[in-house]
Design a protein around this ligand. Sequence first.
Ligand code: ADP
Ligand code: MG
Ligand code: ZN
Length: 555
Amino acid sequence: MINEAKNLLNQYFGYTDFRSGQAEIIDNILHQRNTLGILPTGGGKSICFQIPALLFQGTTIVISPLISLMKDQVDALTAADIPATYINSSLTQKELQDCLYDIRHGVYKLVYVAPERFDSDYFIDVLNSIQIPLIAFDEAHCISQWGHDFRPSYRSIVSSLKKLNQQPMIVALTATATQNVADEIRNLLHIGQQDTFKNGFARENLSFNVIKGANKRDYILSYLKEHSKESGIIYTSSRKETDGLYNYLSLQGFSVAKYHAGLSEFERKQAQEQFVYDEKQIMIATNAFGMGIDKSNVRFVLHYNLPKNLEAYYQEAGRAGRDGDESECILLFSKQDIQLQKFLIEQSTFDPEIREQDYNKLNQMIMYCHTEECLQSYIIQYFDPNETEMKCKKCSSCKDTREKVEITREAQMIFSCCKRMGERFGTTLIAQVLKGSNQKRIRELGFDQLSTYGLLRSQSEKEIVDTINYLLTEDYMQLTDGKYPVVLLTEKSIPVLKGETTVWMKKSKTPVKEARAVEENEELFEVLRGLRKQFAQKENVPPFVIFSDATLKEM
Ligand code: ADP
Ligand code: MG
Ligand code: ZN
């Protein structure tokens, strides 16, 4: 039956696929069950009763609160060759008579009526003379006194329904998803909890991605090259960064516009128009860009920096794919961005409570970047903890098929190396030493003499950098601020070095390579084993003493 529904969707409405929620709601109605559908504004609620109306024998009655809404929908249906009409106070007496005559003769598949119509016994008579498979309550929150638009006439329909000589199925549709409203609608219209379909927050055409530890400019460059025909927004966290990225991408020959609060009103208006009318393909902007902008074919929203919280992120990312086509939301995560957001929190308020709230929200945002759960699911549950967990099957978490592998030994090597280099260098140099790189600088610094030199030579430098970045995001190590951030060890690395905890990371499996690495590094493992014993015996030895030169020589 649902396949038939899909054919009708193509045939009458010209759409290839149902939007999220629509198929479930329609399927439930086709299974003869009273149904409550909660879809966001613009989510496509009308089709949820229009398609069943086409599939059922008889005339579906649609209750709608606004004359203008009825007229628009009936016009659209008529244009699609679906026989439909409306009855409301805008009709003359003659029009009303003609209309009711046609309804009696089963001319229409759908009849839109204002709720007051049910107060008329004559109208009830007409309904009793025809077959009514389905009554749809559009904007069903109007029935609830908890809703923002309560209409007593909506509620009184409930008693009028008893005067019908048949029991049509009921479908209620609304965008208002609060518990109270939903409960009241269900109670009044006899709809079961299990017949409720909610799609308040999920955006099924968006795929969410978190990219960690990438060189951001390189990433954007290759992304834009791969998506050269598509329109997108790149959000940065500061005007300076917007300017910088704009200049960089302009020089690379991309069609870019920029938008931030530091530009004149004219410049901003111009940039916005160029973007909306597809004269410029990519908008680079701060969060000043977006309010009230409705560009439907935005295919990607790329966050160059970490947003301050998930509300802001979802709103900005949600500007992708308004037309319902598949679109991507990508967040480039780097640990340094956290510092900026913390700084902004410190700047924005002195109220300790608000500050704490802001920090909590920021932490949730950071957790989003680290979660292995479905990202869409994570966001939905953030907004509504009652939501059940699901898998979107296309976010970077869902698509991550790599298995977790233990990297305790690698981590130990990295920590040791970092420590032996004096905790004075950045990610790249540490990786190069572990790789056993032949760089002049490494020789000059004498790092080719370290016992950790070349310990990870079986891996590529990039692999080592990835692992270091992972250890950074997992707080085993941290970066100092500044232009040339230095890697430091944190408390969390100590139990790893002591062999008390293990470290796991999702990695593409290369078992052969790993086996070889183990062999090659057997020597180091001996050293580490000895180290562990040492710790086991002397509980109170400060953990980093082992890295002093004297200990090194001992090793
Ligand atoms: P709502 O009542 O939920 O606010 P509408 O029913 O008015 O939304 O639909 C909003 C828009 O989405 C309409 O232009 C409609 O034609 C379009 N639409 C509905 N379903 C689909 C679909 N499956 N694919 C593409 N567009 C759709
Ligand atoms: Mg609607
Ligand atoms: Zn997912």
